[in-house]
Every structure is written in structure tokens, then in C-alpha cells.
Design a protein around this ligand. Structure first.
Ligand code: AMP
Length: 223
């Protein structure tokens, strides 16, 4: 099963994609994480992406598409993927179709996690990320208690540079102008399911599983 998570920055795409990938045995492909990895390791790709990311702009389509295509060719994606943060523009959506076709597979569903702008600003200003495993926490709503991978005591948590208020506003503007048209694009194709991204993490996971019409395998259930 190949799924795209669509929604504004801070709508919970990364958190929910992590949970669903673990429960459903899918690979989590997050374009933002791929860019941050390249940025932190000062690769050629990271050098090209840095200025765009620091401004809260989108990295140009050709660079982004090539990076995601490369990632989708890795063997761990064969059982299916959740794409988080890609596509973000109509040309990226078209490119994704072509990449999947080349790989002999296709996109099954697009989940739109709907969260109002005011809530986004509150969430992003308190968001903390683990530099080691990319897990996401929130100073108030989801404070660090234990590492989901049992590897640290919260010593790698940091606030993303682009989660500062001015950049959050720029990213929301970019989202409304360039990415939100994809909601209608996929709705017209009959692939879109919409889920409210407001509520507890567990309730949203349950709503997502229901909207996708999938059951969690018994050994992965937490209840
Ligand atoms: P994210 O972690 O998804 O919020 O992404 C962080 C930043 O990486 C974005 O603000 C963009 O600068 C860049 N980025 C991530 N995904 C894409 C994409 N699909 N297209 C263009 N730029 C992207």
C-alpha cells in the first residue's frame, strides 16, 4: 500500500506516519527529513537546499523529485510507503505517478490531515525534534518522557530553525499557495480521504486507520 500524507506543516503528518508505518509495516519517506539529513551532513544536495529551507520556501521541484525518486528505489520501500511532505506541488504529484509507474506500483490513497492555521502556529512554536531519531515531541502537548527507540534520555531534542514564528508564517503561506491545490487534485481523482488532525494522537491514529479501511495486525495493537 502506498499512501501520501497531505496537510500543512505541523498537522501531525510525521507523528502519525511513524505510528502507521510501524503498525502496517510500511516505510516512512519524509522529504523534510531527507533534506535535513543532507543539510546536517553538508552534502552537495544539502548545500543546494539550505537557503530555501531557511526561508521556509520550497526547494525547487527538480532537486526534490530526484531526491525522493532515489529514496523510493531503496529496497525497504517494496512493501509500501507513507510519503510525508511529498508531493507539495502539482509537478511533484505528476512526477510521483511516473516514479511509481516505473517501479511497477501505484499510489493507493491520499490522506488529508486538516488542521486550522491558528492551531498550527501553537503547535510548531512548541515542537521539539530528536536530532538522533527524528521523533517529534511538544513542550506542552506531547512532552518527552521516554525515547520511542529506547536510545536516549531526551538529550538530543532541539527546536527546528524553521519552527521560529516568522518562518512558520512563511511556510503556511507557501502551503496555502502551492500545496493546498493538491487537496482538490486528489479529491477529483477519487483518492482523497480527509481526517481532522485536531485531537489526541491516539484518536487521530484510530481515525486514520478507519479512513484507510485497514486493520492493525493483532501483534501490533497497543490495547
Ligand atoms: P518539512 O519537514 O516537511 O516541514 O520540510 C522542511 C523543509 O524542507 C520545507 O520547508 C522545504 O524547504 C523543504 N521541503 C520538504 N519537502 C519538500 C517538497 N516536497 N518540496 C519542496 N521542498 C520541500
Amino acid at each position: 500500500m502506498n499512501i501520501v500524507f497531505l496537510g500543512p506543516p505541523g498537522s501531525g503528518k510525521g507523528t502519525q506516519a511513524d505510528i502507521l508505518c510501524e503498525q502496517l509495516g510500511l516505510a516512512h519517506v519524509a522529504s523534510g527529513d531527507l533534506f535535513r539529513y543532507n543539510l546536517n551532513n553538508d552534502t552537495e544536495l544539502g548545500k543546494k537546499a539550505r537557503a530555501y529551507m531557511e526561508r521556509g520556501d520550497l526547494v525547487p521541484d527538480d532537486i526534490t523529485i530526484a531526491m525522493v525518486k532515489d529514496r523510493l528505489q531503496q529496497p525497504d520501500t517494496a512493501q509500501g510507503v507513507i510519503l510525508d511532505g511529498f508531493p507539495r506541488t502539482p509537478p511533484q504529484a505528476e512526477a510521483l505517478e511516473a516514479i511509481f509507474a516505473e517501479l511497477g506500483t501505484s499510489l493507493d490513497k491520499v490522506v488529508y490531515l486538516n488542521v486550522p492555521d491558528e492551531e498550527i502556529v501553537l503547535r510548531l512554536s512548541g515542537r521539539l525534534i530528536c536530532r538522533k531519531c527524528q521523533a517529534t515531541f511538544h513542550k506542552v502537548y506531547n512532552p518527552f518522557t521516554t525515547c520511542p527507540h529506547g536510545e536516549c534520555n531526551g538529550e538530543y531534542l532541539y527546536q527546528r530553525e524553521d519552527d521560529k514564528p516568522e518562518t512558520v508564517r512563511a511556510r503556511l503561506k507557501v502551503y496555502h499557495e502551492q500545496t493546498s491545490p493538491l487537496v482538490d487534485y486528489y479529491r477529483q481523482k477519487g483518492m482523497l480521504v480527509e481526517v481532522s488532525g485536531v485531537g489526541s494522537i491516539a484518536d487521530i491514529t484510530a481515525a486514520l486507520l478507519e479512513a484507510l479501511g485497514v486493520e492493525t495486525p493483532p501483534e501490533k495493537r497497543s490495547d
